[in-house]
Design a protein around this ligand. Sequence first.
Ligand code: S3P
Length: 199
Amino acid sequence: MTNAPDSEADLNITPEHPPATVHPSLRRIVLTGFMGSGKSTIGCLVAAHLGWTFLDLDAHIESRTGLSVPDIFAIHGEPYFRRLESTALVSALGRRNTVIALGGGTPECLTNRLLLEQTPATATIFLDAPFPDLFDRCVLQGISRPLLADPAVAADRFARRRPLYRSLAHHTIDTSALAGPDAAHALIAALAAPLKRSR
Ligand code: S3P
C-alpha cells in the first residue's frame, strides 16, 4: 500500500478546482521534521497537487544502495548512512519542480543546513508536532527505525533537533491536529507568497 493519491479524483481536481500552485519563483519544496511528522505522506500529496515530482531521501538512498535504511545502519553504521544522506541531498537539490522529504536527521549536519539555506528558490517547511504524538505515530506505522529503539534517547534527539528544524524553516506547520490532506493544503497556501529572506 502507498500513501500516494491514485487519481485526480482523489485530489478533487476538476475544472472548478484546477491543480494548485505555489509562488512561481519556487523550484523546490523541502519538508523537514522528526520521524513520524508526515514528511513522506504530506510531501507526496503536495507533489501530486502541484504536478511536481516527489523525492524521499531515504527511499533514494535505499534504491541507490539496494539496502534498507535499518540494514545500512546495522551493516555500516550511522556515520556511513549520514555520508550517503549528504550526497543524496546534493543530488536532490539539483532537481526542479520537486518536493523533497528529508530524513529526520538530515538537518543535524551543518553542511546539509548550509546547502538547504543557500540553494535558491527552495522553500523549507518544518512539520511540527509534540514528541509523544510523533512517537505514537511511528509505533502505529510499524516501520523499523533504528533510532527509535530507546524512547528516552529518541526524546533527547528530538529536543536537540527541534531548534535546527525551526531555524531552517521558512514556514512551520503544526500537524498535531491536522490530517495529511489538510496539512498539504496549509503548506501550499503558505507558499503562495514569495519567500521572505529572514527565517
Ligand atoms: C532518521 C530518520 C529516518 C531515517 C533514518 C534516520 C533520523 O527518516 O533517515 O532512520 O535520524 O531521524 P524518517 O524521518 O523519514 O523516518
